[in-house]
Write a protein that binds this ligand. Structure first.
Ligand code: VAH
Length: 320
Protein backbone atom coordinates (compact mmCIF):
# COMPACT_ATOMS: atom_id res chain seq x y z
CA UNK A 1 0.00 0.00 0.00
CA UNK A 2 1.30 3.45 -0.95
CA UNK A 3 2.13 5.77 1.94
CA UNK A 4 3.06 9.12 0.42
CA UNK A 5 4.76 12.09 2.06
CA UNK A 6 4.53 15.48 0.33
CA UNK A 7 7.12 18.04 1.41
CA UNK A 8 6.29 21.69 0.79
CA UNK A 9 2.58 20.84 0.89
CA UNK A 10 1.50 24.44 1.45
CA UNK A 11 3.13 25.62 -1.76
CA UNK A 12 1.50 26.25 -5.15
CA UNK A 13 1.83 22.64 -6.37
CA UNK A 14 1.61 20.87 -3.02
CA UNK A 15 -1.70 22.42 -2.02
CA UNK A 16 -3.37 20.92 -5.11
CA UNK A 17 -1.36 17.70 -5.30
CA UNK A 18 -2.59 16.68 -1.83
CA UNK A 19 -6.21 16.44 -3.01
CA UNK A 20 -5.32 14.71 -6.30
CA UNK A 21 -3.24 12.04 -4.53
CA UNK A 22 -5.82 11.50 -1.76
CA UNK A 23 -8.57 11.16 -4.36
CA UNK A 24 -6.45 8.52 -6.11
CA UNK A 25 -4.91 6.56 -3.21
CA UNK A 26 -7.13 7.32 -0.22
CA UNK A 27 -7.19 10.17 2.26
CA UNK A 28 -4.93 8.60 4.89
CA UNK A 29 -2.41 7.34 2.30
CA UNK A 30 -1.09 10.88 1.88
CA UNK A 31 0.74 12.76 4.63
CA UNK A 32 1.01 16.49 4.03
CA UNK A 33 3.99 18.30 5.49
CA UNK A 34 5.58 21.72 5.54
CA UNK A 35 7.86 23.83 7.73
CA UNK A 36 4.91 26.20 8.14
CA UNK A 37 1.72 25.49 10.12
CA UNK A 38 -1.54 25.30 8.15
CA UNK A 39 -4.22 27.89 8.95
CA UNK A 40 -6.38 26.59 11.81
CA UNK A 41 -9.68 27.38 10.08
CA UNK A 42 -9.11 24.75 7.40
CA UNK A 43 -6.80 22.37 9.22
CA UNK A 44 -8.99 19.42 8.18
CA UNK A 45 -8.04 20.09 4.54
CA UNK A 46 -4.45 19.40 5.48
CA UNK A 47 -4.73 16.55 8.01
CA UNK A 48 -2.98 14.19 8.31
CA UNK A 49 -0.28 16.88 8.47
CA UNK A 50 3.24 16.81 9.95
CA UNK A 51 5.95 19.41 10.53
CA UNK A 52 8.91 18.74 8.23
CA UNK A 53 11.78 21.14 7.61
CA UNK A 54 13.75 19.44 4.83
CA UNK A 55 16.93 21.22 5.91
CA UNK A 56 16.68 19.37 9.24
CA UNK A 57 17.03 15.67 8.39
CA UNK A 58 15.75 14.51 11.78
CA UNK A 59 12.30 16.02 11.12
CA UNK A 60 12.13 14.00 7.90
CA UNK A 61 13.30 10.76 9.54
CA UNK A 62 10.75 11.09 12.35
CA UNK A 63 7.82 11.34 9.90
CA UNK A 64 9.13 8.64 7.54
CA UNK A 65 9.39 6.20 10.48
CA UNK A 66 6.11 7.25 12.16
CA UNK A 67 4.03 6.78 8.99
CA UNK A 68 6.16 4.09 7.27
CA UNK A 69 6.46 6.32 4.20
CA UNK A 70 7.34 4.51 0.94
CA UNK A 71 6.94 7.37 -1.54
CA UNK A 72 7.99 11.03 -1.34
CA UNK A 73 6.86 13.93 -3.51
CA UNK A 74 9.57 16.43 -2.64
CA UNK A 75 8.16 19.86 -3.49
CA UNK A 76 9.82 22.04 -0.86
CA UNK A 77 11.94 24.60 -2.71
CA UNK A 78 12.82 28.28 -3.02
CA UNK A 79 11.81 29.59 -6.45
CA UNK A 80 13.68 31.85 -8.86
CA UNK A 81 12.79 35.38 -7.74
CA UNK A 82 13.17 34.77 -3.99
CA UNK A 83 16.26 32.72 -4.81
CA UNK A 84 17.91 35.77 -6.39
CA UNK A 85 17.06 37.87 -3.35
CA UNK A 86 18.38 35.21 -0.94
CA UNK A 87 20.70 32.82 -2.82
CA UNK A 88 22.10 31.27 0.37
CA UNK A 89 18.61 30.25 1.48
CA UNK A 90 17.88 28.85 -1.98
CA UNK A 91 21.06 26.75 -1.88
CA UNK A 92 20.32 25.45 1.60
CA UNK A 93 16.71 24.46 0.92
CA UNK A 94 17.09 23.29 -2.68
CA UNK A 95 20.37 21.39 -2.33
CA UNK A 96 20.78 20.41 1.33
CA UNK A 97 17.05 19.74 1.54
CA UNK A 98 17.16 17.48 -1.51
CA UNK A 99 20.30 15.74 -0.22
CA UNK A 100 18.47 14.98 3.04
CA UNK A 101 15.49 13.56 1.16
CA UNK A 102 17.71 11.33 -1.01
CA UNK A 103 19.78 10.12 1.96
CA UNK A 104 16.65 9.31 3.99
CA UNK A 105 15.20 7.55 0.94
CA UNK A 106 18.40 5.49 0.62
CA UNK A 107 18.65 4.64 4.32
CA UNK A 108 14.94 3.84 4.78
CA UNK A 109 14.42 2.12 1.42
CA UNK A 110 11.80 4.55 0.11
CA UNK A 111 10.43 2.99 -3.08
CA UNK A 112 9.90 6.17 -5.13
CA UNK A 113 10.84 9.85 -5.01
CA UNK A 114 9.42 12.64 -7.16
CA UNK A 115 11.59 15.74 -7.30
CA UNK A 116 10.55 18.50 -9.73
CA UNK A 117 13.09 20.28 -11.84
CA UNK A 118 12.34 23.34 -13.95
CA UNK A 119 12.95 25.02 -17.28
CA UNK A 120 15.09 27.29 -15.10
CA UNK A 121 17.92 24.77 -15.73
CA UNK A 122 18.31 26.44 -19.13
CA UNK A 123 20.20 29.72 -19.50
CA UNK A 124 21.03 32.38 -22.11
CA UNK A 125 23.38 29.98 -24.00
CA UNK A 126 20.59 27.40 -24.46
CA UNK A 127 18.60 27.35 -27.74
CA UNK A 128 15.52 29.48 -27.04
CA UNK A 129 12.98 27.73 -29.27
CA UNK A 130 11.97 24.08 -28.98
CA UNK A 131 14.70 23.70 -26.35
CA UNK A 132 15.95 20.10 -26.64
CA UNK A 133 15.92 17.48 -23.87
CA UNK A 134 19.72 17.25 -24.09
CA UNK A 135 21.33 20.68 -24.43
CA UNK A 136 23.50 23.30 -22.71
CA UNK A 137 22.60 23.81 -19.05
CA UNK A 138 24.20 27.11 -17.94
CA UNK A 139 21.55 28.88 -15.86
CA UNK A 140 22.31 32.34 -14.51
CA UNK A 141 20.09 32.09 -11.40
CA UNK A 142 20.79 30.36 -8.10
CA UNK A 143 17.43 28.58 -8.47
CA UNK A 144 18.44 27.31 -11.90
CA UNK A 145 21.84 26.02 -10.75
CA UNK A 146 20.26 24.26 -7.79
CA UNK A 147 17.91 22.53 -10.22
CA UNK A 148 20.79 21.45 -12.50
CA UNK A 149 22.68 20.15 -9.45
CA UNK A 150 19.49 18.53 -8.21
CA UNK A 151 18.96 16.68 -11.48
CA UNK A 152 22.55 15.38 -11.36
CA UNK A 153 22.21 14.36 -7.70
CA UNK A 154 18.94 12.54 -8.39
CA UNK A 155 20.40 10.71 -11.39
CA UNK A 156 23.44 9.76 -9.27
CA UNK A 157 21.19 8.23 -6.58
CA UNK A 158 19.21 6.43 -9.26
CA UNK A 159 22.37 4.95 -10.81
CA UNK A 160 24.57 4.45 -7.74
CA UNK A 161 21.93 3.30 -5.23
CA UNK A 162 19.10 2.15 -7.49
CA UNK A 163 16.62 4.71 -6.16
CA UNK A 164 13.53 5.21 -8.32
CA UNK A 165 13.83 9.00 -8.57
CA UNK A 166 11.70 10.78 -11.14
CA UNK A 167 11.38 14.43 -12.05
CA UNK A 168 9.95 16.87 -14.55
CA UNK A 169 11.35 20.18 -15.79
CA UNK A 170 8.17 22.13 -15.10
CA UNK A 171 7.47 25.27 -17.14
CA UNK A 172 5.69 28.11 -15.36
CA UNK A 173 2.63 26.69 -13.61
CA UNK A 174 -0.65 28.57 -13.54
CA UNK A 175 -3.11 27.68 -10.78
CA UNK A 176 -6.32 28.90 -9.23
CA UNK A 177 -6.12 27.50 -5.67
CA UNK A 178 -2.96 28.94 -4.11
CA UNK A 179 -1.04 32.05 -5.05
CA UNK A 180 2.56 30.99 -5.88
CA UNK A 181 5.39 32.32 -3.79
CA UNK A 182 8.49 33.86 -5.25
CA UNK A 183 8.61 32.77 -8.88
CA UNK A 184 9.19 34.74 -12.06
CA UNK A 185 6.23 33.16 -13.85
CA UNK A 186 3.96 34.26 -10.99
CA UNK A 187 2.82 37.18 -13.13
CA UNK A 188 0.75 34.68 -15.14
CA UNK A 189 -1.18 33.76 -12.00
CA UNK A 190 -1.47 37.19 -10.37
CA UNK A 191 -2.88 38.67 -13.59
CA UNK A 192 -5.99 36.48 -13.31
CA UNK A 193 -6.54 37.37 -9.64
CA UNK A 194 -6.18 41.10 -10.29
CA UNK A 195 -8.34 40.94 -13.41
CA UNK A 196 -11.20 39.45 -11.39
CA UNK A 197 -10.70 41.71 -8.35
CA UNK A 198 -9.71 45.03 -9.98
CA UNK A 199 -10.12 44.65 -13.79
CA UNK A 200 -6.52 45.80 -14.14
CA UNK A 201 -2.99 44.45 -13.61
CA UNK A 202 0.52 45.86 -13.60
CA UNK A 203 2.80 43.22 -15.07
CA UNK A 204 6.43 42.89 -13.93
CA UNK A 205 7.70 41.58 -17.29
CA UNK A 206 7.56 43.17 -20.74
CA UNK A 207 4.48 42.69 -22.94
CA UNK A 208 6.50 40.70 -25.48
CA UNK A 209 7.99 38.28 -22.92
CA UNK A 210 7.23 34.73 -24.06
CA UNK A 211 7.58 31.82 -21.61
CA UNK A 212 6.52 28.16 -21.58
CA UNK A 213 3.57 27.52 -19.26
CA UNK A 214 1.31 24.69 -18.10
CA UNK A 215 -2.04 24.71 -16.32
CA UNK A 216 -1.99 23.12 -12.87
CA UNK A 217 -4.50 20.31 -13.63
CA UNK A 218 -2.19 19.17 -16.44
CA UNK A 219 0.91 19.51 -14.25
CA UNK A 220 -0.69 17.42 -11.50
CA UNK A 221 -1.94 14.74 -13.93
CA UNK A 222 1.49 14.67 -15.57
CA UNK A 223 3.35 14.25 -12.28
CA UNK A 224 1.16 11.35 -11.16
CA UNK A 225 1.31 9.76 -14.64
CA UNK A 226 5.10 9.89 -14.57
CA UNK A 227 5.19 8.28 -11.12
CA UNK A 228 2.83 5.48 -12.23
CA UNK A 229 4.61 4.83 -15.54
CA UNK A 230 6.62 1.65 -16.16
CA UNK A 231 10.24 2.85 -15.97
CA UNK A 232 11.58 -0.19 -17.84
CA UNK A 233 11.78 1.87 -21.02
CA UNK A 234 12.88 5.17 -19.45
CA UNK A 235 15.90 6.79 -21.02
CA UNK A 236 15.62 9.66 -18.50
CA UNK A 237 14.87 9.80 -14.77
CA UNK A 238 14.68 13.19 -13.12
CA UNK A 239 14.88 15.71 -15.93
CA UNK A 240 11.98 15.20 -18.32
CA UNK A 241 11.18 18.30 -20.37
CA UNK A 242 7.52 19.30 -20.09
CA UNK A 243 5.74 21.61 -22.51
CA UNK A 244 2.12 22.59 -22.89
CA UNK A 245 1.81 26.14 -24.23
CA UNK A 246 3.94 29.24 -24.75
CA UNK A 247 2.56 32.76 -24.86
CA UNK A 248 3.59 36.35 -24.25
CA UNK A 249 2.33 38.46 -21.36
CA UNK A 250 0.47 40.53 -23.95
CA UNK A 251 -1.22 37.46 -25.44
CA UNK A 252 -2.31 36.38 -21.97
CA UNK A 253 -3.77 39.84 -21.27
CA UNK A 254 -5.60 39.78 -24.62
CA UNK A 255 -7.13 36.36 -23.84
CA UNK A 256 -8.39 37.64 -20.48
CA UNK A 257 -9.82 40.72 -22.22
CA UNK A 258 -12.00 38.43 -24.36
CA UNK A 259 -13.86 37.60 -21.12
CA UNK A 260 -13.43 40.95 -19.31
CA UNK A 261 -13.61 43.65 -22.03
CA UNK A 262 -12.79 46.46 -19.53
CA UNK A 263 -9.62 44.72 -18.33
CA UNK A 264 -6.39 46.72 -18.76
CA UNK A 265 -2.79 45.57 -18.33
CA UNK A 266 0.24 47.87 -17.96
CA UNK A 267 3.87 46.71 -18.01
CA UNK A 268 6.55 47.76 -15.51
CA UNK A 269 9.44 45.27 -15.78
CA UNK A 270 11.48 44.73 -12.61
CA UNK A 271 14.46 42.48 -11.67
CA UNK A 272 12.49 39.44 -12.74
CA UNK A 273 12.71 40.52 -16.40
CA UNK A 274 16.38 39.49 -16.49
CA UNK A 275 15.45 36.04 -15.13
CA UNK A 276 12.65 35.62 -17.68
CA UNK A 277 14.96 36.69 -20.51
CA UNK A 278 17.40 33.90 -19.58
CA UNK A 279 14.79 31.18 -20.09
CA UNK A 280 13.53 29.49 -23.30
CA UNK A 281 10.49 30.53 -25.27
CA UNK A 282 9.36 26.96 -26.03
CA UNK A 283 10.32 23.41 -25.08
CA UNK A 284 10.73 20.11 -26.97
CA UNK A 285 9.06 17.53 -24.75
CA UNK A 286 9.05 14.55 -27.12
CA UNK A 287 10.89 12.43 -24.53
CA UNK A 288 8.02 12.83 -22.04
CA UNK A 289 5.43 12.05 -24.69
CA UNK A 290 7.35 8.97 -25.86
CA UNK A 291 8.57 7.55 -22.51
CA UNK A 292 5.50 8.07 -20.27
CA UNK A 293 2.66 9.35 -22.47
CA UNK A 294 2.59 13.03 -21.53
CA UNK A 295 -0.31 14.83 -23.28
CA UNK A 296 -1.59 18.14 -21.90
CA UNK A 297 -5.31 18.92 -22.16
CA UNK A 298 -5.40 22.72 -21.70
CA UNK A 299 -4.44 25.51 -24.09
CA UNK A 300 -4.48 29.25 -23.33
CA UNK A 301 -8.18 29.68 -24.18
CA UNK A 302 -9.36 26.68 -22.14
CA UNK A 303 -7.14 27.59 -19.17
CA UNK A 304 -8.32 31.21 -19.16
CA UNK A 305 -11.98 30.20 -19.25
CA UNK A 306 -11.45 27.77 -16.34
CA UNK A 307 -9.29 30.16 -14.28
CA UNK A 308 -11.71 33.08 -14.59
CA UNK A 309 -14.72 30.89 -13.77
CA UNK A 310 -13.08 29.54 -10.59
CA UNK A 311 -11.70 32.89 -9.40
CA UNK A 312 -14.94 34.75 -10.15
CA UNK A 313 -16.91 32.21 -8.11
CA UNK A 314 -14.52 32.61 -5.16
CA UNK A 315 -14.62 36.40 -5.49
CA UNK A 316 -18.42 36.39 -5.37
CA UNK A 317 -18.18 34.35 -2.14
CA UNK A 318 -15.78 36.94 -0.74
CA UNK A 319 -12.98 34.39 -0.64
CA UNK A 320 -10.49 35.78 -3.14
C1 VAH B 1 9.62 30.19 -11.04
N1 VAH B 1 7.47 29.08 -11.17
O1 VAH B 1 9.10 31.14 -11.64
C2 VAH B 1 8.91 28.83 -11.10
C3 VAH B 1 9.31 28.01 -12.30
C4 VAH B 1 9.93 27.97 -14.71
C5 VAH B 1 9.64 28.81 -13.52
O2 VAH B 1 10.32 27.12 -12.00
O3 VAH B 1 10.65 30.31 -10.41
Amino acid sequence: MKKILITGSMGQIGSELIKALRDRYGHDAVIASDFRTPPYENKDQWNPFEFVDVTKRETLIEVVKKHQINCIYHLAAILSAVGEQNPQLAWNVNINGLYNVLEVAREYHIQQIFCPSSIAVFGPSTPKDHTPQETILQPTTMYGLTKVSGELLCDYYATKFGLDVRGIRYPGIISSETLPGGGTTDYAVAIYYDAVKYNRYTCFVREDTVLPMVYMPDAIYGSISLMEADRTHFQHHSNFNMASMSFSAGELAAEIKKHLPEFTCTYEPDFRQKIADSWPRSIDDRASRAEWGWKPQYDLAAMTKDMLAKLTARHQQGKL
